[in-house]
Design a protein around this ligand. Structure first.
Ligand code: ZN
Length: 255
């Protein structure tokens, strides 16, 4: 019999909680791990639809990338979406576990997987002080054709670009999620293109001024978390039913 504790122990040996940034909130967020693991649902975000999906699947555990509880919660009144979700998880005996920046940073985690999908050879650490991001060389090609490949590899319909499309790319940097703090480092490491998410208008202006091309693929590109973690867990625990959430949690619609 597999216990939820075993499942989480397995994850924590690969993605130790101690790797997470101090501002982050990872680990067990709702419920108890002291129960049998029959069904595990893997998701990028926790939304009401994901909670309903977990209930329908009779899941024992939801593994999420983005934490449901991040800033201090002042109330779990069920009128608020977060309160509703926490209440439903507890009432249905569903534990919730988050792996966020510890997953981003770890060997074989988010940034390594993104680097592989982007065709980066021998990825090196992009930002050594913050221990995050990867960079390396790709087969030299035109910016526009490479961007098309990136969109296909990540399965995203749109992305925002800063820079000049008529250039060539040979060195690429990547940091999944909000990586706009590392644009200076991407420039210093000689990246022709930096792929990340959450680039604000003012950071975009700075990048244009320093001549760094950036592709903002959003946070939803991190949906690769779902199949990657589900695959790992199914391999480690063949008797546990591991499900990739079918809910599209991307809040943005491009019109
Ligand atoms: Zn993210």
């Amino acid at each position: 019999m597999i216990n939820l504790v075993d499942v989480v122990k397995h994850l924590e040996t690969k993605y130790p909680k101690t790797l997470a940034y101090e501002w982050d909130n990872v680990g067990l967020q709702v419920g108890s791990l002291n129960r049998r693991a029959s069904v595990v649902l893997v998701t990028l975000d926790v939304t009401k639809d994901v909670v309903k999906e977990a209930i329908a699947l009779k899941a024992d555990l939801v593994v999420t990338h983005h934490p449901l509880i991040f800033k201090p919660v002042s109330s779990v009144a069920t009128e608020s979406p977060r309160g509703w979700m926490i209440d439903k998880l507890i009432k249905n005996d569903i534990a919730l576990y988050a792996m966020h920046t510890n997953y981003d940073l770890a060997d074989g985690g988010m940034n390594d997987r993104l680097a592989k999908l982007l065709g980066i050879r021998d990825p090196k650490l992009l930002d050594e002080t913050e221990n995050i991001g990867r960079y390396g060389t790709i087969d030299p090609q035109s910016m526009s054709s490479y961007i098309l490949k990136v969109k296909n590899a990540l399965g995203i319909g749109s992305a925002r670009f800063i820079g000049q499309l008529d250039k060539n790319v040979a060195t690429v940097g990547v940091s999944g999620g909000s990586g706009s703090n590392h644009v200076g480092q991407a420039k210093r490491q000689g990246c022709d293109l930096y792929v990340t998410g959450d680039v604000t208008y003012h950071t975009a202006l700075d990048c244009a001024q320093m001549g760094l091309s950036v592709l903002d693929v959003g946070h939803y590109a991190e949906k690769i978390f779902k199949s990657a973690v589900a695959e790992e867990l199914s391999e480690a625990f063949p008797d546990v039913k591991v499900v990739v959430s079918a809910i599209d949690t991307d809040p943005y619609v491009t019109l």
